[in-house]
Design a protein around this ligand. Sequence first.
Ligand code: HEM
Length: 408
Amino acid sequence: MNTATMTQAITDLSQPAIQQNPWPTYATLRKTAPVSPLKSEFTRKTAVIVTRYDDVMMVYKDPRFSNDMSSNMPFPVRWLMKRIGSLDIMMLKDDPEHRRLRGLVDKAFTPKMVEAMGPRIERIAQDLLDAMAKKDNADLVEDFAKPLPITVISEMLGVPPEECYEFNQLTSSSFDTSTASGLRRITALPNMWKMIRLFKRLIKLRRENPDDRLVTALINIYDQGDQLSDREILGMIFLLLFAGHETSVNLIGSGMLALLEQPDQFAKLRDNPDLIEPAVEELLRFSSPVVYGASRFPTEDLMIGDTLVPKGTEVIGVLSSANRDEAVFENPEQIDITRNPNRHIAFGVGIHFCLGVWLARSEGKLAINALIKRFPNMQLAVPRDQLRWKVGGTNALRGLQSLPIRLG
Ligand code: HEM
């Protein structure tokens, strides 16, 4: 038995070299120090990083881990999050409060609602591809992966068409994690306030003029006399955008890079578009747009693997490392778009399992198939070592800054 905080070197995921290529570090940690000390990006204190599949599963599923991080946040972050209502989000709550909020929102954000968006997602994708086809220097992230999910979610929420442009600009800049650190976080504040005002206006508008979209559905949910307050709806909109915007951008961007780097897999999917379902699962596993979810805090001293982790320690369960654990996946460093079974945990596991899973899968499938169909001979336009991953923001999400391509 060992105590994680004492023995090994401290990993710092914000090191640029690890941000550009984290995989060798995770492989070494899985092998030699599966539960080891980490420099926390929130508190800058020592936390614990967990990298093996089985241990990560335990961290996300065991109810002895709490998601309530409010007492561990530095004061300015706590103050800011409280002001914008984002401390009320269900991702940072435990049961029974989490169960109540999740139960209510599950009634509004349904697979049926997502299915109904399918034709619209396809149309938005085609319009973006039309515009991209006219460009000399196409950037798959900027021109396609970024605008697609934000346009989809703003329509799903019921943002009026005349406000969509402002909404998309504000939300994509506020939720871009490369603006989420240090000075950039402060300069992003005025936009954040504007965005909150916009959300509040939207809730008011939909109270007065209901439609068949998500904000109206959130306002109208009743469950045995219970319903969401305006503050909770605000927190929910905030969470949907925070959890659902950049994640989907990263799936499309990093997923397409993975395919471009393994041309046999690209060709296989191009020639068999019906393989898109297992292909998206494999791209989720391989690229893991969410590196890790919310921090977990043990409510008692407990063992993770053979390491004792004291009560209250911040624990980071690395989903992207679990998804490449050689003990679970054969040839984890290769993509195989027909991999079966594929037990990846890119959407998390346990009570906080991704609420937007249907939307994320639908966007991934429609976007990637549309791209490959329109540009079947596309190629990377720069050498691989010139590609840059986002740095300077949260380490919890991983995605490309840009992906220049030759459309062919
Ligand atoms: C490829 C895209 C996506 C990935 C990889 C992803 C991944 C995840 C993961 C790993 C979690 C669990 C976090 C944790 O346990 O700490 C999560 C939770 C969540 N996701 Fe997603 N997500 C994606 C897209 C979306 C979309 C499109 C939405 C909604 C518009 C969404 C909404 C949420 C919400 C609300 C939660 C919190 C659920 C809860 O606390 O009960 N996600 N997601």
